[in-house]
Ligand binder design. Structure first.
Ligand code: ADP
Ligand code: MG
Length: 213
C-alpha cells in the first residue's frame, strides 16, 4: 500500500473499538486488581463515542479524523486514560499537516509525536508500569523495521509484537504513575491495564494497514 489514508485510519479506529469492546471486561478486571475497575468501561465508552462521531460526521482527511478522535476521547472518557489517549491522537493530528495520504515515515513520525505527548502530559518513564511500556518499544520496533526497508504492514506487525512484549513486561513492575502507584510494591504481579489497551491499539493499526482489520 502506498500510504495511510483516511479510510485506513477509520479501519484502525473501528478495529480498536471492536477489540476494546471484546476485551472490556478483561481490561476492567486488570484495573480492578491495581486501580478502580473502570479502564474497560472508560475505553469502551470513549471508542464507542469515537465510532459514532466519525460515522455521523465523516472527517475529510487524516488530520481532521485524528483531531476529532482526540476531542471525543478527552470529552467522553473520565480517568487518566482519556486525556492521555486524547493527547496521543491530538499530537498525531498536528504531525500530519493536512496531508491526505500519509507516507509510512509520516505515520511513524505522527505516532512518535503522539507518544511524546503522552510522556509530556503524564510524565511516565519506561518501567513505570503504564501504557508507555507498550507504546515506546512498539514505536522503536516500527522505526527499526522501516529503516531496514520493511513495508508499513511488516513494520506495524513488528511493532505489535513489541507492544505485546512490553505489555507482558509490566506484570512484575512496581507502578510509579497513576492510581496503581498508590499500591506501591503491591502493584507488582499484575499486568497494567493501560499497557494492555495500548497493545490493542498497535495490533489494530497492524491489522488495518494489512487490510485484515
Ligand atoms: P484511572 O487510573 O484514572 O482510573 P484508567 O483506569 O482508565 O484511568 O487508566 C489507567 C491506565 O492509565 C493505567 O493502567 C496506565 O497505563 C495509564 N496511566 C495512568 N497514569 C499514567 C501516566 N501518568 N502516564 C501514562 N499512563 C498512565
Ligand atoms: Mg481506572
Amino acid at each position: 500500500m502506498a500510504g495511510v489514508d483516511v479510510e485506513t485510519l477509520q479501519r484502525w479506529l473501528r478495529g480498536f473499538a471492536a477489540s476494546v469492546a471484546e476485551q472490556r471486561d478483561a481490561l476492567t478486571a486488570l484495573d480492578a486488581a491495581i486501580g478502580d475497575a473502570d479502564h474497560g468501561a472508560n475505553m469502551h465508552r470513549g471508542m464507542t463515542a469515537v465510532t459514532e462521531a466519525v460515522t455521523a460526521t465523516p472527517p475529510a482527511d487524516p488530520t481532521a479524523l485524528l483531531k476529532q478522535t482526540a476531542t471525543v476521547l478527552i470529552r467522553s472518557v473520565g480517568g487518566a486514560s482519556g486525556p492521555l489517549y486524547g493527547t496521543l491522537f491530538l499530537r498525531m493530528a498536528s504531525a500530519t499537516g493536512g496531508e491526505t495520504v500519509l507516507e509510512p515515515a509520516t505515520f511513524a513520525k505522527a505516532l512518535r509525536a503522539g507518544l511524546e505527548g503522552v510522556i509530556s502530559r503524564g510524565k511516565a518513564e519506561l518501567g513505570d508500569k503504564t501504557m508507555v511500556d507498550a507504546l515506546a518499544p512498539a514505536l522503536d520496533a516500527l522505526d527499526a523495521s522501516l529503516a531496514e526497508g520493511g513495508s508499513l504492514a511488516t513494520a506495524l506487525h513488528a511493532a505489535s509484537e513489541a507492544a505485546d512484549a512490553g505489555r507482558d513486561a509490566t506484570t512484575p513492575m512496581i507502578a510509579r504513575k497513576g492510581r496503581a502507584s498508590y499500591l506501591g510494591d503491591r502493584s507488582a504481579g499484575h499486568q497494567d491495564p493501560g499497557a494492555t489497551s495500548a497493545a490493542l491499539l498497535v495490533a489494530a493499526a497492524a491489522a488495518a494497514v494489512s487490510g485484515d482489520g
